[in-house]
Design a protein around this ligand. Structure first.
Ligand SMILES: Cc1ncc(C[n+]2csc(CCOP(=O)(O)OP(=O)(O)O)c2C)c(N)n1
Ligand SMILES: CC(=O)[C@@H](O)[C@H](O)COP(=O)(O)O
Ligand SMILES: [Mg+2]
Length: 631
């Protein structure tokens, strides 16, 4: 694929950039954009973010010398130009493919990837860590964090700014890449403030305010005039960052390579921490992405010429089932409100936000705030649904325990992307939530087997009390017809198939896989029952007691780590009752699962139908005399 690029073809690495003319660099930037489009058209991925930082990437590689100068990208979803222009131009076509390079930065992937990410707002903290270590080691390199305006709305970013402003390190630069977009248009007061700076409104409005103030001071108009002029000089649009101890520079056009380079060179000699505010266009250079950066934030494969997505016919996604159900429930329950930490589209909440704008809260990338904010809403008697990706809920773990569960507040956690998610890989797999939620007192933890049960669990949750979590997978459901809502008795399981030799207790996505496995094994004369264990907490005591009497072997299956998961819960139940039982727990092993096609990963960890059947067959085969010792 590189053959088509005159400059990229010969490009050997960042050192080449220092010897290229500006015209060549402009041409190279075009080739990098084209290459990103060529590869993401086939693989999918984060298109608009990377297109917006091509010039910034070139400027960084010309002005600094990574890896001795440390460049830390926030999230890393925008780092496709970085991968291409550092040391992965040949591997770039394997982007987000199983066995290929990651869609985010990873230390183990390249020496140029100083710090891994995928979750937002970590770059300034990590960069400050690098900086202080380099100071202690007397290493003179520069440290640069590149953070987006969306990521800058997270508390963690301000924790880091606050600490950096206190430590006041030299050779420490934060570049705020402001494209006025998170995934959705950016939200919050910080975003409004930044937009004012970009539009020049901040200084104008402040000057007007100062002018009005001064004009009201009678008899001192001349002094007032002088003071106004003085104040004009003082008012830096980046006053918030200045007050945090940073030298604010900007805003600078993030697509003007020469301006960027000149500014970065000048910044190198400034004492103390510097915040460089640049403005860029998300999706720059590709009209469909420029015109619709929300959709083109992250996409499936597409036709490059038309920008049309290559849609495979599939049942509605779990996300769309949730989005539709929550709109219906909102009509039934006027006190129902919904909160999302910057994932309106991803969580299926666009329709809800349009129909019930006053009951919809996108709080920005602020998972901790979102949770406790939901707690306040619940404490005052509303019915909040806090919609999270499983992996992002990890960031609000203390709030779930301390603010919600301990006070037994009625918050419904709608947890999307539960289980292996696929191409986004280990930073995004939602494979810990059954473990990290199950151990919290008062918490109900549930997982639907299909679309109708998702609706019913939502309805049950809305009508329950205390914290109630419902987790469901990324991607298409099963196309099960859905109609209305019905209450599901909390803690009740569902016997789907009776057997004799063993019974599979399956959770969520794995229920239909367990049914497939049971069918396969039946053809071999192995009779395996299947139970829909839709409540991981509380478990169904009476069903478990019945199963103990009826089945010699238990198999548990979950799209969650085995450690501390549902299977562990069943083992705990048995041990509490003093019951001896052969139990096989199937789930995600105790290691991070790489990126790749979602169903391929499920098959690799053995939680799909065939994988379950293989494990059960192996577990049930008669033991050879040499193996009896394991009994
Ligand atoms: C903790 C966390 N919450 C949510 C996300 C999902 N997410 C990925 S990129 C993104 C928007 C980031 O906006 P910005 O930092 O401005 O970068 P841009 O895409 O505009 O370049 C969000 C919300 C995440 N990666 N991490
Ligand atoms: C970078 C990031 O965190 C999001 O863009 C995430 O990749 C979205 O995941 P989905 O594609 O599952 O919505
Ligand atoms: Mg942005």
């Amino acid at each position: 694929m590189l053959e088509r690029y005159k400059l990229l073809k010969e490009y050997a690495g960042p050192i080449d950039l220092k010897y290229m003319s500006y015209q060549e660099l402009i041409n190279l930037a075009e080739e990098v954009r084209d290459y990103i489009l060529e590869v993401t058209a086939k693989n999918g991925g984060h298109v608009a973010p990377g297109l917006g930082v091509v010039e910034l990437t070139i400027a960084l590689l010309r002005v600094f010398d990574p890896p001795s100068d440390v460049i830390v990208w926030d999230i890393g979803h925008q780092a496709y130009p970085w991968k291409i222009l550092t040391d992965r131009k040949e591997k770039f076509p394997t982007l987000r493919q199983y066995g290929g390079i990651s869609g985010f930065l990873r230390r183990e992937e390249s020496v140029y990837d100083a710090f891994g990410a995928g979750h937002s707002s970590t770059s300034i903290s990590a960069a400050l860590g690098f900086r202080k270590a380099m100071d202690l080691l007397d290493q003179k390199g520069y440290v640069v964090a590149v953070i987006g305006d969306g990521a800058m709305t997270a508390g963690m970013a301000f924790e880091a700014l606050n600490n950096a402003g206190h430590l006041r390190p030299n050779r420490f630069i934060v570049i705020l890449n402001d494209n006025e977009m998170s995934i959705s248009p950016n939200v919050g007061a910080i975003s409004t403030y930044l937009s004012k700076i970009l539009s020049g409104r901040f200084v104008q409005e402040t000057r007007q305010r100062v002018k009005r103030l001064l004009e009201h001071i009678s008899g001192v108009s001349r002094i007032a005039k002088l003071t106004e002029e003085f104040l004009k000089g003082l008012i830096s649009p980046g006053i918030i960052f200045e007050e945090l101890g940073f030298n604010y520079i900007g805003p600078v056009n993030g697509h003007d390579l020469q301006a960027l380079e000149r500014t970065l060179e000048n910044i190198k000699s400034i004492e103390g921490p510097v915040l460089l505010h640049i403005y860029t266009k998300k999706g720059k250079g590709y009209k469909p992405a420029e015109n619709d950066p929300v959709t083109w934030h992250g996409v499936a494969p597409y036709k490059r010429e038309s920008g049309e997505f290559i849609k495979k016919p599939s049942p509605p996604t779990w996300t769309s089932i949730f989005g539709k159900a929550v709109v219906e429930l909102a009509q039934m329950y006027p006190d129902l409100v919904v909160i999302t930490p910057a994932m309106r589209e991803g969580s299926g909440l666009v329709e809800f936000s349009q129909k019930f704008p006053e009951r919809f809260f996108d709080v920005g990338i602020a998972e901790q705030h979102a949770c406790t904010f939901a707690g306040g809403l619940a404490a005052q008697g509303l019915k909040p649904i806090a919609a999270y990706y499983s992996t992002f809920l990890q960031r609000a773990y203390d709030q779930v325990i301390h603010d919600i569960a301990l006070q037994n507040l009625h918050v419904v956690f709608a947890i999307d992307r539960g289980g292996l998610v696929g191409d986004d890989g280990p930073t995004h797999h939602g494979v810990f939530d059954l473990s990290y939620l199950r151990c919290i007192p008062n918490m109900v933890v549930s997982a639907p087997k299909d679309e109708q049960e998702l609706r019913d669990l939502l309805y049950t949750a809305i009508n329950s009390h205390g914290p109630f979590a419902i987790r469901y997978p990324r991607g298409p459901a099963y196309g099960v017809p859905t109609e209305g809502f019905k209450e599901v008795p909390i803690g009740s399981w569902e016997m789907l198939v009776e057997g004799e030799d063993a019974v599979i207790l399956a959770v969520g996505y794995t229920v239909y896989q367990a049914l497939k496995a049971s069918e396969m094994l039946k053809e071999e004369g192995i009779k395996v029952g299947v139970v829909n264990a839709r409540f991981v907490k509380p478990m169904d005591d009476s069903m478990l007691a019945h199963l103990c009497k009826t089945y010699p072997v238990f198999i548990t299956v979950e799209d969650n780590v085995i450690v501390g998961g549902f299977g562990a819960g069943v083992l705990e139940w048995l041990s509490q009752k003093g019951i001896l039982k052969r139990v096989l727990t199937i789930g995600v092993p105790d290691r991070f699962i790489e990126h790749g096609n979602q169903n391929l990963l499920r098959s690799l960890v053995g939680i799909d139908g065939e994988g379950i059947a293989n494990r059960v067959r192996e577990f049930l085969r008669p033991l050879k005399s040499s193996e009896l010792h394991i009994l």
